[in-house]
Design a protein around this ligand. Structure first.
Ligand SMILES: N[C@@H](CCC(=O)N[C@@H](CS)C(=O)NCC(=O)O)C(=O)O
Length: 214
């Protein structure tokens, strides 16, 4: 079945995919959603994006955007009613997302799956990850959101990763000395846009009806 919407391949348990969904929601756009399972990627997705990672956005004109940050930015460039791409903070927001993607994610994966990485203890992995949490805590001690008093792409780009880190062991996370980060995460966990982003969908199969998100 064809659709007149841009098409997003997504996977709910992937923080990069959640970042893309958040971007689409804050941009107040609608897309066709194809939820996938990483172990069984649809050939239609691999045909347009052979690197095989989610999220992937296929625009109506055929262009393919296969990096989560680019999907967020593309969406918000279409429509950004809350100013998430505020020019005054975009440079700093991008630098923080770089740190998230290039360093924090590395330690998050090891903290989450410490048994697969026996070179260090789980606690040591957590402590490495905490270096980034400390940077976030410092920002959030000054402002409600990472870049100031309003939401920026840094918040939606980083929050799904901090959530995963916290959920490795909630008791430990909430015992750490990061009260502002904990407040920020809790705010996001009940935020209506985030809960909408986390809506569960059945994996897509050829022949299914089009699923429109949101
Ligand atoms: N740099 C990519 C990273 C995306 C990524 O690594 N996604 C993971 C899932 S969280 C993935 O699709 N991995 C492929 C696999 O596990 O087969 C982006 O920002 O979109």
């Amino acid at each position: 079945m064809t659709s007149s919407l841009h098409r997003l391949y997504s996977f709910r348990r992937c923080p990069y995919a959640m970042r893309a969904r958040l971007g689409i929601l804050f941009a107040e756009l609608q897309v066709e959603l194809r939820e996938i399972i990483l172990k069984n990627k649809p050939p239609q997705m691999l045909a347009i994006s052979p690197k095989g990672t989610v999220p992937v956005l296929q625009l109506i004109d055929g262009e393919v955007i296969e990096e989560s940050r680019e999907i967020m930015i593309w969406a918000l460039k279409q429509n950004d009613p809350q100013g998430l791409l505020d020019a005054e903070v975009i440079h700093q927001a991008n630098a923080l997302i770089d740190e998230n993607d290039n360093e924090f994610k590395h330690w998050l994966d090891r903290y989450k799956y410490a048994d697969r990485h026996p070179e260090m203890t789980q606690e040591a992995y957590r402590q490495r990850g905490e270096a980034f949490l400390q940077v976030l805590e410092k920002q959030l001690a000054k402002n409600h959101y990472l870049m100031g008093e309003s939401i920026s792409i840094a918040d939606i780009g980083i929050m799904p990763f901090v959530r995963q880190f916290a959920h490795v062991d909630r008791e430990v996370f909430y015992s750490l000395p990061y009260p502002n980060l904990q407040r920020w995460l809790q705010h996001w966990l009940v935020h209506p846009v985030f809960t909408q982003a986390m809506t569960k969908y059945q994996p897509w199969q050829e022949g299914d009806d089009v699923v429109v998100f949101p």
